[in-house]
Design a protein around this ligand. Structure first.
Ligand SMILES: Cc1cc2nc3c(=O)[nH]c(=O)nc-3n(C[C@H](O)[C@H](O)[C@H](O)COP(=O)(O)OP(=O)(O)OC[C@H]3O[C@@H](n4cnc5c(N)ncnc54)[C@H](O)[C@@H]3O)c2cc1C
Length: 390
């Protein structure tokens, strides 16, 4: 039996960043994670950080390496009809994004937590939140053959889409909105220089492709695939051939290929569970919402949620005010729905949808043409891509 102020379930970016922000605010927290630290670090996921996310990492005191090694991007390129068109974020919005892998964000947060002697329980089994509809919540977990109990004031459910916290809420108290897309992304990570200094989003008749990166020597590429494709059927050579076909001629000719160091499918889903608070349980990040990765919003939304949550808990303890706590769900959801809309729109614009046929392609062509020739339309894309304010 132990006691803390905030019990955090999940040591992904949401849980770790919340822990770091709370430590800065003088609020006690313990993180309980079902996997090992190495397993968490081995997951290859997001890579584009909004300025709001970078500011939160700075506030948490974990941005030194990010500021030294992160790649500042002032725009992206849209590829269609055999040509590339740049959308200049800096010119349109005065803002930018930073490319820095989620794995590195997680590593920095874990190291800082360890260095500060803050408690994280890894490899915790049967993690369960209790009593969050009353005044004495707790979290239990099994470790080394014993059941442990953490008594707390609040529980933060930062345990991702498949986590236990959302599932512990009575179904009648939750409203769920969902769309599953009829394709997946096949992603390859390779130790090769990126084909372009900025991300290339390609709309092609064979399907969507994305050229992204994690550093100047490490690239991350994706191609849209049917949902029933098998990973074993995709050799590295097949992947590179398919990617080349979906790029403009210059990019296809300069693409440097190499062995994949990670290759996986990612499903595309839009999902929101409302509300994000149930008594003393608060959901944050993927536990409450999922976006298709096209708009690079998943990690940024998770950071925004815990930014608001940390502030709300800090006000509760320091100022005896529950205004932030009471406002958390509505305030987060407003931002979440805007990012859901943008991610859904950008996904709809860039992918080949089996059911929309030639008419659908013509609509996409016309919209892309409008997008790159209208300052208003380009600004709308840029404004959403760099991220809306908290
Ligand atoms: C394959 C994949 C690719 C992605 N690519 C991109 C991308 O390119 N761009 C982008 O913006 N976003 C991407 N995302 C989304 C982005 O990675 C997530 O939005 C982000 O990880 C959310 O952070 P989180 O902390 O909320 O959840 P997670 O990162 O999922 O962390 C949740 C943590 O909780 C732990 N957990 C789960 N259940 C329990 C339990 N019962 N008890 C204790 N701990 C538990 C998990 O092990 C995990 O460590 C991708 C996601 C996936 C799955």
């Amino acid at each position: 039996m132990s006691r803390t102020q905030v019990a955090i379930v999940g040591a992904g970016p949401a849980g770790l960043l919340l822990g770091a922000l709370l430590a800065r605010a003088g609020v006690d927290a313990v993180i309980v994670e079902q996997r090992s630290a190495d397993y968490v670090l081995g997951r290859i996921r997001a890579g584009v950080l909004e300025q709001v996310t970078v500011a939160l990492l700075e506030q948490a005191g974990v941005a030194d390496r990010l500021n030294a090694e992160g790649l500042v991007h002032h725009g992206v390129e849209l590829s269609f009809g055999g040509a590339r068109h740049r959308v200049d974020f800096e010119q349109l919005t005065g803002r930018h994004v930073t490319v820095y892998g989620q794995t590195e964000v997680t590593r920095d947060l874990m190291h800082a937590r360890e260095a500060a002697g803050l408690e994280t329980v890894y490899e915790a089994g049967e993690v369960t939140p209790h009593g969050f509809d009353g005044t004495k919540p707790s979290v239990t977990y099994a470790k080394d053959g014993t059941t442990h109990t953490i008594e707390c004031d609040f529980i933060a459910g930062c345990d991702g889409f498949h986590g236990v916290c959302r599932q512990s809420v009575p179904a009648a108290a939750l409203q769920v909105f969902e769309r599953v897309y009829p394709f997946v992304w096949l992603g390859v990570l390779s130790e090769t220089p990126p084909v372009s200094a900025e991300l290339i989003y390609s709309n092609h008749e064979r399907g969507f492709a994305l050229c992204s990166m994690r550093s100047t020597t490490r690239s991350r590429y994706y191609v849209q695939c049917p949902v029933d494709d098998k990973l074993e059927a995709w050799s590295d050579a097949m992947f590179w051939d398919e990617l080349r076909r979906r790029l403009d001629r210059e990019a296809a000719e300069t693409l440097v290929t190499g062995p994949s160091i990670e290759k996986s499918f990612a499903p595309l889903r839009s999902f929101v569970a409302e509300p994000m608070r149930f008594g003393r349980l608060f959901l944050a990040g993927d536990a409450a919402h999922i976006v298709p990765p096209t708009g690079a919003k998943g990690l940024n939304l998770a950071a925004g949620d815990v930014g608001l949550l940390a502030q709300a808990f800090a006000e509760h303890y320091a100022e005896k005010s529950d205004a932030g706590i009471d406002d958390y769900s509505a305030r987060s959801l407003r931002r979440v729905w805007r990012a859901e809309r943008f991610s859904w729109w950008f996904t709809s614009l860039m992918h080949k949808f089996p059911e929309t046929g030639a008419f659908g392609q013509k609509m996409q062509d016309a919209e892309l043409d409008y997008l790159v020739h209208s300052r208003a339309a380009s600004t709308a894309l840029a404004e959403n891509y760099v991220g809306l304010p908290l």
